[in-house]
Design a protein around this ligand. Sequence first.
Ligand SMILES: Nc1ncnc2c1ncn2[C@@H]1O[C@H](COP(=O)(O)OP(=O)(O)OP(=O)(O)O)[C@@H](O)[C@H]1O
Length: 268
Amino acid sequence: MEQNMLSLDGICCRFGDTRAVDRVSLDIPAGQFVGIIGPSGAGKSTLLRLINRLVERSEGGIHFGSREITGLRGRALRQWRRDCAMIFQQFNLVDRLDVLTNVLVGRIADHGLISSLTMRFSEAERELAFHALDRLGMAHKALERAGNLSGGQQQRVAIARALVQRPHVMLADEPIASLDPGNATRVMDALRRINREDGLTVLVNLHTLDTARAYCDRIVAMRAGRVMFDGTARQLTPDVVRDLYGTDGLGQIDESVTSTSLRRLELA
Ligand SMILES: Nc1ncnc2c1ncn2[C@@H]1O[C@H](COP(=O)(O)OP(=O)(O)OP(=O)(O)O)[C@@H](O)[C@H]1O
């Protein structure tokens, strides 16, 4: 098995009668930048949460290289959660702490209880955190209160916090959904740069087709828990988009997949 290949094999997740994720199988090679698109309720968030075990699968398996993920417990599960860092639409920073300390929180999993509680970090860790901020163009804000930053800046700090975990996989659940276009571009650029420079696998849930087409090596489209399309941006033709979101047009399309982006696709 290819080292660090993330493999989902017939993975299912049910909530009562709802099949949030329904028999999804994907092989994601190390270093791929994968965008997951689809209408609201398609199962995109649940898929990412299954991978990092925030929700449990009903059926199927997940492997990372030779490691079987769905059975991990205790220490091994904590290690896996470090290996696949997650970032969210809400940046989840501690507003009243400074930016550097927020990034250092990403190291806490490596600490014992006492040093975590007192938040004592080594000089090497502080340097690591500072370096991560620098890569995201945020080093100059290191000592500022996190709550004073803009949304885009907070999301870049959240990415820096994820990076100091030294993950192999980055799971990003709608990381730009609450950002203006300029900040959305800065965050997506940062994710792609890290993906290219570190060979980090990135799975990102996106609401806009244009962004998925611009950034992703591979686009996976979901509807009603199933994978309806898996291919490159070039293969995601207007016909495929219409099939995905329904022929009766924009009514079924998630509102942020705008008519403008669809029209642009049609003209392409
Ligand atoms: N914890 C839960 N309990 C019950 N149902 C859930 C839970 N989480 C998700 N669901 C349901 O599973 C389905 C898939 O939800 P999910 O959030 O994964 O979709 P999504 O594609 O990420 O949607 P969105 O783009 O709106 O965030 C939906 O029908 C949702 O209502």
